[in-house]
Design a protein around this ligand. Structure first.
Ligand code: ATP
Length: 238
């Protein structure tokens, strides 16, 4: 497996509070990798630290062979890493079309029309709502827009932070199916942070369990789904 994202020995702090404690994690080319864990385990911190916020205190972060540990955030944002952050954070007063333009802007609008067609193929609903303001979309549509906006920058790696948050079960299912399609049909590599361990482990080729800022388990998604410890902590009402 060729690593696209490679994190080793990563530690990060908020002031004197240590949020990450020596994390080792890899996302290979063409892989879907999930990170699961309870509230406050440090999942979002890990994802944000890829963009240097917070900065790594120790350890290295390599993307596509390049050391990005100390790279300024605005430069990391111009690499082929796109993010759909927790809470989606679409531009609520901008239209769907303008949101997609914002996504394309980071990549200098390379392949804009083709990407637009691709995104409409994946999310036909967005095409019907092009002139609608982001803030007036349903939760599921906003999540679709957040992913679509990320795809407009031709990413090699898509980072998804809690895409299922606050969505109805059926809508979650659609979002996860879309991520699967993007991986299988477009070869997109995906790093997924999720509290919904069941869906995440079903979708992911491999997964990591984060507890109190440290990786405690890792393995194939299907194996972790069957693991008694994982089941007790994250799948059986825990
Ligand atoms: P959740 O699923 O609730 O989003 P998480 O696993 O993503 O949780 P983080 O949000 O990464 O967890 O938080 C990890 C730890 O860092 C928590 O103890 C949290 O209180 C702390 N933390 C997060 N953001 C900040 C911040 N901006 N300033 C100070 N402490 C923070």
């Amino acid at each position: 497996m060729t690593a696209l994202l490679s994190i080793s020995g990563l530690t990060a702090f908020y002031g004197s509070v240590q949020a990450l404690r020596g994390v080792d994690l890899e996302v290979g080319k063409g892989e879907v990798v999930a990170l699961i864990g309870s509230n406050g385990a440090g999942k979002s911190t890990l994802m944000m630290s890829i963009f240097g916020n917070p900065r790594a205190r120790d350890g290295r972060i390599l993307f596509d062979g390049q050391d990005i540990t100390d790279m300024p955030t605005h430069e990391i944002a111009r690499l082929s890493i796109a993010q759909s952050p927790e809470g989606r954070r679409i531009f609520s007063r901008m239209t769907v079309y303008e949101n997609l333009q914002m996504g394309a802007a980071v990549a200098g609008f390379a392949g804009f029309e083709a990407n637009l067609d691709k995104v409409f193929g994946i999310f036909p609903r967005l095409k019907e709502r092009l002139k609608q303001r982001g803030g007036t979309l349903s939760g599921g549509e906003q999540q679709m827009l957040a992913i679509a906006r990320a795809l407009m920058s031709n990413p090699k790696l898509l980072l998804l932070d809690e895409p299922s948050l606050g969505l109805a079960p059926l809508v979650c299912k659609q979002i996860f199916e879309t991520v699967k399609r993007l991986n299988e049909e477009e070869g997109l590599s995906v790093f997924l942070v999720e509290q919904d361990a069941h869906h995440a482990l079903k979708l992911a080729h491999r997964a990591y369990v984060l507890v109190n800022g440290a990786v405690t388990m890792s393995g194939k998604g299907a194996d972790l789904l069957r693991d008694p410890k994982v089941r007790a902590a994250y799948l059986e009402g825990g």
